[in-house]
Design a protein around this ligand. Sequence first.
Ligand code: ZN
Length: 424
Amino acid sequence: MHPWTGQVVSVIPGKGEVPRIQDGITGKLIPSLTGSQADLYVCGITPYDATHLGHAFTYLAFDLLVRAWRDVGVTVRYAQGLTDVDDPLLERASATGQDWRELARSQTALYKSDMAALGVIPPDAYRGVVESVPLIVAAVERMLGAGQAYRVALPGGPALGPDSGLGDVYADLSTDRWFGSLSGLNRETQDRLFAERGGDPGRPGKRQRLDPLLWRAARSGEPSWDGRSLGPGRPGWHIECAVIAANELGQPFDVLGGGSDLAFPHHEMSTSHSRAIGGLEAPTRLTMHTGMVHYLGQKMSKSVGNLVFVSELLGRGVDPAVLRLALIGHHYRTNWEWSGRELALADARLSRWRDGIGAVTAQLDSTATITKIRAALANDLDAAAAIAAVDDWISTASTGTDRSPYAAGDLRRAIDALLGIKLY
Ligand code: ZN
């Protein structure tokens, strides 16, 4: 699937530092890459309600990482998934009387246009689940063959066997001795979150309550695909990301990313599946989770209905650069409350920057400021500190007397390359 079209990114002199990222497992700051290549997999949207500010906050965080990596001079390989068939999508389509394919198509198009407007560098590989079904089927077949998965008869359906139903397929988590190491949660919390976030702990016939669905056999009224020996059906959620990431990036890859609400069960389960696929204890070097954006006192979510959409704000005339600046000013790991006042603050700041850079009146070298921006981003993507460094330069420059358009040009390019804000 084609991602969106990216904007031209400025080139700046020198090189950035390797960003150190707080690992979601250990909590330690560790270098986000080790060689001359950096690999990133980020879970994509389920396209039935795109793109709210929580989504935008997440993808902007990974965009900062991609920009910092490019500034180091390494080759970046960025893969992002798209859950273009799943229960919530089918439920929404059914509730609104839409064809699920049309709903997915329209919301994916909206998401892409929002990402392009916000200046997010597109992933190198943007892969939908639907186009990845043959790969997923092959992975589930291998897991069944290796004893890492098993079949469960359908509720009210025929018993399992060659002449009757093939059933659903579940992963057997007891075959993964490292399961649980990613989230570090106790079993009680795992069980609760699994039930809250799409799992089915009480499904009769499962070996363990937490065993996740790998392949859902076709049901009446639901879309299905050829599953070869699995029978017709569709993939479970977690195996999709494991397969797409392994196919695009290989194993191990550097960073697995997404919102913090994906840590369990989604990333725990998909990492378990990645171990089953590749045989490595640690298929990912580090996990990076973004905080939740709240609004009206609660996490912004589809189920609560307190969503603020990027397209709505842009439709009301908000400059996408202002929205971008407002969002990246919050550290990516924090949970924070959107009030709307951020827009006025970011708008005033962007005007100061544009005016200050455009009419710089000081013989003021920007090299030190660019170094500060790079250092801030290398420190767990501290964009707020980078923004403060630009603020300092602008306020100092506005008090000087000499003209130095070259210095301003380098800084303008750095703000574009590293923060994704174009000051023209
Ligand atoms: Zn995922």
